[in-house]
Design a protein around this ligand. Sequence first.
Ligand code: COA
Length: 194
Amino acid sequence: MVNGTQTKCPPVPQRVVTERLIIRPSARSDAPYLRRWWNDPTVMGPGGNMDGMQYDDADMEDWFRRYSDGQDYATHFVICRRDPGETPIGEFYIAYDDRPGCVGFALVIGEKDLWGQGFGREALRGYAAALFASNCCGAMRMDIRRDNVRAIRLCESVGFEVEHIWANGQFQTMILTQDAFERLEDSRSAGETG
Ligand SMILES: CC(C)(COP(=O)(O)OP(=O)(O)OC[C@H]1O[C@@H](n2cnc3c(N)ncnc32)[C@H](O)[C@@H]1OP(=O)(O)O)[C@@H](O)C(=O)NCCC(=O)NCCS
């Protein structure tokens, strides 16, 4: 804590299982997947890393040391298929946000052949449900390039709203409050039962 402000992420849910997916903390054995996804300009370009990260082995090791080792609880997760091998298909992180009651979030479905099949939405919706049920925070924020139509539609479909358009006009911050999420989930269940 600095001046009474929380400077670390709250303890977020560590394992979430949805219809087709298992979300679990990332491990060093995931490095080949993460490196392939992060180095791919097609995967990272829509988020703003136009050339991909181009990490080598040393960069990956450094990443695990900085963001994974020695943490009390994970804040970086791998999204796996619920198949016998629990095959990794994507990843996301939860980040500290200095605005009280909020966390930051960014998501990648690294297996680009699987884009458009609802996996991004299933992961985000499943994790948001677990996060809000855990009462560790009341809102999630995501910074998205305004030309990233797929990501914006994904966010809107889960209940995110535009909070702020950046001065350069290229990015927007989107926010998902627990209220907005639960309202949308309730109207979905009413639609299913009604
Ligand atoms: C953005 C991303 C996570 C979405 O995951 P996904 O599994 O492809 O998305 P879904 O299949 O769940 O679809 C989500 C929405 O995008 C829409 N969509 C799918 N393909 C689309 C396309 N080519 N163009 C526009 N919208 C598209 C879907 O129809 C759905 O919207 P709807 O509910 O209005 O129908 C994934 O494409 C990705 O990893 N992209 C690269 C990294 C990135 O941009 N990350 C987000 C910023 S941090």
